[in-house]
Design a protein around this ligand. Structure first.
Ligand code: FES
Ligand code: FES
Length: 149
C-alpha cells in the first residue's frame, strides 16, 4: 500500500514500494496524460512534478514520492485557466502527434519556475525531452513566448 498526493488529492493505492511512479499514476490512479516512452529515464515523456521539480516518473519508485506533492499534466492548469506554458503551446501550435508533449510541458513549466527568462543555452541544458515529430524549434519559440507572458 502507498498513499500518494496527486494534483492535490490523496490516493491510497495497492502497489509495491519499488513500483515506478509512472505506473501508479497511469494504471492505479488512471491519469493517462503522463506517457510511457522509454521506461529508462531517457525520453522525458513521463515527466511530472514532485514538489515543483520536474522528474521522470518512470525512474522514481513510489516510495520516494510518498508524502510529497505530485503534479501531473492534468493538474497544471488552475481550474479552467491554462498554465502560461499550455497557452503558449496552443498559440504556437507546438504539438504534432502530441505523444511527448505533456512531458515536454511539465519540464518547461519547471524550467520557467526556476529560470523565468531562460536563454537558448538554458533551454538546451534543461529541456532534453525527445520529440520524434521534431517540434524542437516550436518548443523553443513557445518557451520564449511563455517567459514573456
Ligand atoms: S518513459 Fe520515462 S523518460 Fe522515457
Ligand atoms: S509531438 Fe509527436 S513525439 Fe513530440
Amino acid at each position: 500500500m502507498a498513499r500518494l498526493t496527486i494534483n492535490g488529492k490523496s490516493f491510497e493505492i495497492n502497489v509495491t514500494p519499488d513500483t515506478p511512479l509512472l505506473w501508479a499514476i497511469r494504471e492505479q490512479v488512471g491519469l493517462t496524460g503522463t506517457k510511457y516512452g522509454c521506461g529508462i529515464t531517457q525520453c522525458g515523456a513521463c515527466t511530472v512534478h514532485i514538489d515543483g521539480a520536474a522528474v521522470r516518473s518512470c525512474g522514481v519508485p513510489v516510495s520516494a514520492a510518498e508524502g510529497r506533492q505530485i503534479t501531473t499534466i492534468e493538474g497544471l492548469a488552475a481550474g479552467s485557466v491554462l498554465h502560461k506554458v499550455q497557452q503558449a503551446w496552443l498559440d504556437h501550435e507546438v504539438p504534432q502527434c502530441g505523444y511527448c508533449q505533456s512531458g515536454m510541458i511539465m519540464a518547461v513549466a519547471a524550467l520557467l519556475r526556476d529560470q523565468p527568462n531562460p536563454t537558448d543555452a538554458d533551454i538546451d541544458e534543461r529541456i532534453t525531452n525527445i520529440c520524434r515529430c521534431g517540434t524542437f524549434q516550436q518548443v523553443r519559440e513557445a518557451i520564449h513566448a511563455a517567459a514573456k507572458a
